[in-house]
Design a protein around this ligand. Structure first.
Ligand code: SAM
Length: 372
């Protein structure tokens, strides 16, 4: 049982909401209790005044602290959570609804006009907004909270009805169909008529993922990141296979064979390495490879006759320059890669200069031979 105490200047706004459908039944079944209080009744001022003009000037009226604080103090119990409805609050979502459904007493404070005297914040636990837009008052937002929280209170609706709801588990809901089987040429998917519940569950999960990916890529990314840490699985929609595993800001690696999405659990060995460790290994690799190239370059520079060797080393340097850009730059950064490129360029220049000099000497000697 969860109790909501709503503090508002407009109690009548709640009449319809509390006397219909699931919320009405939840109240009758004593699964939730909702008390609406007009905090105007707590004003000590003439005509029960609750608002006044803003200090510093400006439009509109500001709600005074005193009547609200007095109402809060009267309603507050040991385990109460006091929530201020405000467009400046934390954006409400399903996860917050889940967490709040575990509370036993929520006091919801509805503002109006220009909002509250800032000092009200010392008397509340949390500020919640229902979205990035401004409403005339906190009544609709508090109804939104009561509605979404109440349906998560055990017994209000059957648990199965919300466990696949949109936003549970960061996924949108799967598509649902009812009679008739065909409507204006549009058929209910065969799998839903198959009676095979394992297949139906798989289809629904797949649809949830597809729809979230398409309509709410932000949620999908969060879901993937939440499930597998800072890694994402890149799939190929055309054949429903997993084509790549991407560790954010780090390595991409390809599964050996194309793996179907439903086989994800069959990936048996993935080694996840600290990105700083990857940097260290990548740096060591680059330096080792460059040291080998330097040795090889030295050999060909000291051997007048080894043209083939020189061509080979030049090819290897080109290859390493390509690898630096395509493979290593993303881990080691362009600054480091540019430095290594300069080193490699210097090696290349050394070999090229030597080969050019040799060619010139040969040309000279050939010419001299002809001249004799
Ligand atoms: C017109 S609004 C005041 C807005 C205030 N001047 C501001 O811009 O933050 C009056 C009251 O409506 C409620 N309210 C308006 N939009 C809301 C939202 N998106 N979420 C929660 N409460 C809201 C709040 O209780 C607020 O104090």
């Amino acid at each position: 049982m969860i109790k909501f105490d709503v503090l508002t200047l407009f109690p009548n706004m709640f009449d319809g909401f509390l006397s219909e459908s699931i919320i009405k039944r939840a109240i009758e079944d004593k699964l939730i209790k909702v008390d609406i209080t007009n905090f105007r009744d707590y004003s000590d001022l003439k005509n029960n005044q609750v608002d006044d003009t803003p200090y510093g000037g400006g439009e509109g009226m500001v709600l005074m602290c005193d009547p609200i604080v007095k109402a809060i103090e009267e309603k507050k119990k040991k385990n109460s959570k006091i929530i201020l409805m405000s467009p400046q609050g934390k954006r409400f979502d399903q996860k917050m609804a889940m967490d709040l459904s575990k509370e036993s007493h929520l006091i919801l404070v509805c503002g109006h006009y220009e909002g509250f005297d800032e000092r009200i914040k010392s008397f509340i636990d949390e500020e919640i907004s229902i979205g990035d837009y401004v409403l005339t008052g906190g009544e609709l937002p508090s109804m939104v909270l009561i509605d979404s929280i109440s349906r998560l209170v055990p017994g209000v609706i059957t648990e199965g009805s919300y466990e696949n709801d949109s936003f549970m588990d960061n996924l949108l809901d799967y598509p649902t169909y009812t009679k008739p089987r065909e409507y204006r040429g549009m058929k209910v998917p065969d799998v839903l008529l198959s009676g095979d519940h394992k297949k139906i569950d798989e289809w629904r999960k797949e649809k949830q993922i597809e729809s979230t990916k398409e309509k709410r890529p932000d949620l999908y990314k969060e879901k993937v990141i939440k499930e597998i840490g800072k890694y994402s699985l890149i799939d190929d929609n055309s054949n429903k296979s997993l084509v790549s595993i991407n560790i954010e800001d780090s390595y991409n690696f390809l599964p050996n064979n194309k793996i179907k999405k439903s086989d994800l659990a069959s990936i048996s060995k993935v080694m996840i390495v600290e990105p700083t460790f990857i940097d260290k290994i990548a740096r060591q690799n680059v330096e080792k490879k460059i040291a080998i190239l330097m040795k090889q370059a030295n050999i060909v520079l000291n051997d007048e006759t080894d043209d083939e060797g020189a061509m080979y080393v030049l090819g290897e340097i080109d290859r390493m320059q390509g690898l630096l850009l395509t493979q290593y730059a993303k881990y080691l950064g362009m600054e480091y890669v540019s430095l290594m490129q300069i080193k490699l360029e210097a090696l290349k220049n050394g070999i090229n200069t030597k080969m050019m000099a040799k060619m010139n000497i040969q040309n000279f000697e050939t010419k001299r031979g002809r001249g004799r």
